[in-house]
Write a protein that binds this ligand. Structure first.
Ligand code: ZN
Length: 526
């Protein structure tokens, strides 16, 4: 993503927001381009506040329209001593949020909190007339709300050759846009260069490039017709609880309500949140809306006997019916390798870990809202939460008879019968709470045994530092010739033979069903 010629890179620069906005050399492009890049950055800066890209974005802002103190203009906006000595006093106007203020000044929210001795919990109570110290700046600036930022952004967009811009309406998420134009979230994410962090942070007014459509096919969403429902946050209720209850991604809820990661973490009782893409039936039960392709996948699943808890149990015990494996692909050959299932996720523990080596799976941690992706192409055999201990579980059958399982998701995005490519989005990584650390419990199952997937992962096993460990370059394509490096063993029960469950605190305390496989639950090391 570094130094491309400005002209042809406009779309790319826009698409990746701040990541690429800083890649261009100063002075090599038109102001319009820079402004557009900044506009895009503003629209999507929610996710990355703790991320280096956000700092870069702030730096970018510092060079443009956002006045900053001379000595802070080097991008050092994280509240260092030098920057903190310079400040202005900003009087909070009606309706201004701390995030609007922070964006408008190009100062980190944390720095403002620190400079004013504010805690997270207090920021929702910013009242009109309150005087806030804005560190590291010398002039007060008008604070732009989301609508004004969007208008500014639209005026600065370069033309596109291969598609058109769709602007996110209030309540509209990338999942909605994908449905509207018959694209997949993956396609849109790829064309726009969105990372998993970006997906959950796209805010109102954000331009999304929809590839392959002319301008006149853009159908703006009518903000007065929002598909979903409004939920008032109860005492102690969190955005993660809502995701579980409504089966809507945390990312989608954040996007629909233009919440930053900080805002999502500090929601107060009584806050109204829009839950996109769900409807309520006459009895008041909430159900996710289904699409045409989902309905035909469900019909296929029904014909094949996929999608039931019985099917899930058979597969977790290593019994993949012939008709199911056929449905996964015409070939008898195995896919050969597995893709690391969480783009930036990191290895926690692997096959044979845990008390008595019972844990015959790989645990991969990541951030709440990141996507869980198919490790190889195949067909979704199960997507639900009926197998105790696994929380939200997706099981995929691959050509040749491999089976992979992805447990503890906050939300599943697929239905049984759906075909998925390698890397296709299956679910959102989950956990009961931020402090516990969300993770995927990944099982790799073949012919009655749980196998060690690690030698098959490509590009390798990713560690927290970002280092990718390539174990052995093993491929496995012949179902009858398993490479020696890949250990397999029958499922082992947890030595204390109890379900370990902390993903779903609302679930009943389960007793181990004798025939059921044991999930490890989320015993995430500190
Ligand atoms: Zn595990």
């Amino acid at each position: 993503m570094v130094s491309r010629p400005r002209g042809s890179a406009f779309a790319v620069v826009l698409a990746v927001g701040w990541a690429a906005a800083c890649g261009g050399e100063s002075g090599s492009g038109s102001r319009g381009g820079d402004a557009a890049a900044r506009g895009a950055a503003d629209g999507g800066d929610a996710a990355g506040e703790k991320d280096s890209r956000a700092e870069e974005a702030a730096e970018e802002d510092g060079g443009g329209g956002m006045p900053r103190a001379e000595d802070a203009a080097t991008g050092d906006d994280d509240g260092t001593a030098d920057a903190a000595e310079v400040y202005v006093e900003h009087v909070v106007a009606e309706g201004e949020t701390l995030w609007d203020i922070a964006r408008s000044y190009g100062v980190d929210v944390r720095a403002i909190l620190a400079a004013n001795g504010l805690r997270d919990r207090q920021v929702r109570r910013l009242s009109r007339g309150r005087v806030l110290r804005i560190p590291g700046v010398t002039k007060t600036v008008p604070v732009l709300g989301a609508a004004a930022r969007a208008a500014q952004m639209r005026a600065n967009l370069p033309p596109l050759a291969d598609g058109a811009y769709h602007f996110l309406a209030p309540g509209e998420t990338l999942w909605d846009v994908a449905r509207r134009y018959g694209k997949t979230v993956d396609e849109l994410a790829a064309r726009n260069g969105f990372t998993d962090d970006d997906l959950r942070a796209l805010s109102v007014g954000r331009p999304v490039i929809v590839p392959g459509i002319p301008e006149d096919q853009v159908r703006p969403a009518d903000p007065s017709v929002r598909s979903g429902l409004v939920h008032v946050l109860g005492r102690g209720e969190t955005i993660w609880d809502l995701a579980r209850a409504f089966q809507v991604g945390v990312g989608a809820i954040m996007a629909a309500n233009a919440l930053t990661a900080d805002e999502a973490r500090t929601l107060r009782e009584g806050t109204e949140l829009f839950i996109p893409g769900v409807t309520q039936d006459r009895r008041g039960r909430v159900r996710p809306e289904t699409t045409g392709p989902e309905r035909s996948a469900t019909a296929l699943a029904r014909r094949l006997g996929l999608g039931t808890v019985q099917c899930a149990r058979e597969l977790l015990n290593g019994r993949a019916r012939r008709s199911w494996v056929r449905a996964a692909g015409e070939t008898d050959e195995l896919p050969g390798t597995l893709r690391w299932p969480v783009a930036k996720g990191w290895y926690v523990r692997g096959w044979g870990s845990g008390e008595g080596g019972y844990h015959l799976a790989t645990d991969i941690m990541g951030e709440m809202g990141w996507n869980v992706r198919a490790a190889a192409p195949g067909i979704v055999a199960y997507s639900g939460r009926e197998v105790r201990g696994y929380g939200n579980l997706v099981i995929v059958i691959h050509p040749g008879g491999w089976v992979t399982a992805y447990a503890h998701n906050s939300v599943n995005f697929v239905v049984a019968g759906q075909r998925v490519p390698a890397g296709g989005i299956l679910a959102e990584l989950g956990s009961t709470g931020i402090s516990r650390g969300p993770h995927v419990h990944f099982e790799f199952i073949f012919r009655g045994e749980l196998c060690d997937a690690e030698p098959l992962f490509r590009p390798g096993v990713r560690h927290r530092s970002g280092r990718i460990e390539r174990l052995r370059s093993v491929t496995w394509t012949d179902p009858d010739a398993r490479p020696a490096a890949i250990r397999c063993a029958p499922r082992r029960h947890h030595p204390r033979s109890r379900w370990v469950e902390n993903e779903t605190p609302e679930a009943e305390t389960p007793e181990a069903a004798p025939s059921a496989p044991t999930a490890d639950g989320a015993q995430v090391p500190p």
